[in-house]
Ligand binder design. Structure first.
Ligand code: M6R
Length: 366
């Protein structure tokens, strides 16, 4: 049932404040601002030498953001790859590592094959899944449900932000278990995560008219480039994936710093560049990349926050201004304009948003 929404995708985008709050309530104690040991402690992170993560598509991109968090907060080295590569790479693995497999459906063939490969190697297996009765869940030692509720649209939206919520909670738990973050830091991070539902609602209630107008314009282009640094880099790839899969506009996501190593040759007035740049420790660097785009006549769609919008004087095709948010929640909050832009562009193009051509919700072939 789509309720009063035109598509499941639209409904699922708007469900995010509610579902992320369910996911969060499962993994953290919102009264004391601590992680919940029962939910997060199914893997003993304290003595791990490393963590392997594998997944496909959007689930892989949530894992890539998770890597930044596990490495930063838990000082835990993360080996991550798309499942179709991971399983064949002959990665040296050992029983003092654990592995996480991220999958909305829990049935993705390559992700399941990677899981079996890691089991063979003696790793402890965790499944970050939406469907708790799925094959990936059944074959795991520990199930970390994302609690997103059924996701019908082929383009993954609420599963992505719920995966991020779970991974952020696990990274904080791992940081505490390994003594790499203090109790005070844990409280601060969880307080920031607790702000998510309110911030998501605020964003969803304000940016849609601007995004719709922008989507109308974007639907006239054939190629779009997304740039970001830090956790905004996987988000740039997620933005490109979302746009291409439902609007069929060619899009690429790049690390902002890679611009001058190739993609800058493509910059002209026919390829809008979407720059994802919260005012974080990477902001100045990303703005200097944006400068390079502007100097070559590139059209910029600047996705930033109030501080960022005030700090940059570069001309843009549009500036989407989000509230200033803590670094750990920015990937979840910045997902919203990224998803809505892809959604409204596809609606303008008249594509089958919930069931794009050639795609299946669950990819059970290799
Ligand atoms: O069910 P899974 O999370 O394992 O699916 C993985 C990918 O097939 C999936 O995320 C796909 O990339 C989406 N259509 C992206 O929106």
């Amino acid at each position: 049932d789509k309720g009063n929404h035109r598509h499941f995708m639209e409904k699922e985008i708007h469900e995010q404040p509610e579902v992320v709050s369910h996911a969060l309530a499962h993994y953290v104690d919102l009264g004391n601002h601590t992680v919940d040991p029962a939910a997060t402690g199914l893997i003993d992170f304290s003595s791990l030498r490393g963590l392997a993560i594998s997944a496909c598509g959007t689930a892989y991109l949530s894992g890539l953001i998770g890597k930044y968090w596990f490495e930063r907060y838990a000082r835990l080295p993360v080996e991550i790859d798309v499942a179709s590569e991971f399983r064949y790479r002959e990665i040296p693995l050992s029983a003092d590592q654990a592995a996480l497999f991220i999958s909305q459906s829990g049935e993705t063939a390559d992700t399941l094959a990677s899981l079996r490969y890691c089991r063979e190697a003696g790793l402890k297996i965790g499944a970050v899944v939406n469907v708790k009765e799925s094959t990936i869940a059944r074959e795991s030692d520990a199930i970390f449900p994302i609690l997103a509720g059924p996701e019908i649209g082929v383009a993954s939206t609420k599963a992505f932000t719920c995966q991020l919520t779970v991974l952020a909670s696990l990274a904080i738990a791992a940081g505490r278990a390994r003594g790499t973050i203090s109790e005070a830091e844990e409280k601060q991070l969880i307080k920031s995560l607790a702000e998510m539902p309110r911030l998501m609602n605020a964003v969803l209630n304000t940016i849609e008219p601007q995004i719709e107008a922008l989507a109308r314009e974007l639907s006239r282009y054939k190629d779009v480039l997304y740039l970001g640094r830090g956790t905004s880099y996987p988000l740039a790839m997620e933005g490109a994936l979302k746009l291409k899969e439902i609007s069929y506009i060619h899009a690429e996501g790049y690390a902002a710093g890679e611009l001058k190593h190739g993609p800058i040759a493509l910059i002209d007035e026919n390829m809008p560049v979407i720059v994802i740049a919260p005012h974080d420790r990477f902001f100045e660097k990303t703005v200097s990349n944006m400068q390079e785009v502007a100097a070559r006549g590139g059209k910029i769609i600047f996705v930033t926050d109030e501080k960022g919008a005030a700090a940059s004087k570069l001309p843009t095709m549009a500036t989407i201004t989000l509230p200033n948010v803590a670094e750990i929640v920015s990937p979840m909050i910045y997902s919203l304009p990224i998803q809505l832009l892809a959604y409204h562009t596809a609606v303008f193009m008249g594509t089958d948003v919930d069931q794009p051509r050639n795609l299946a919700k669950s990819v059970t072939v290799e």
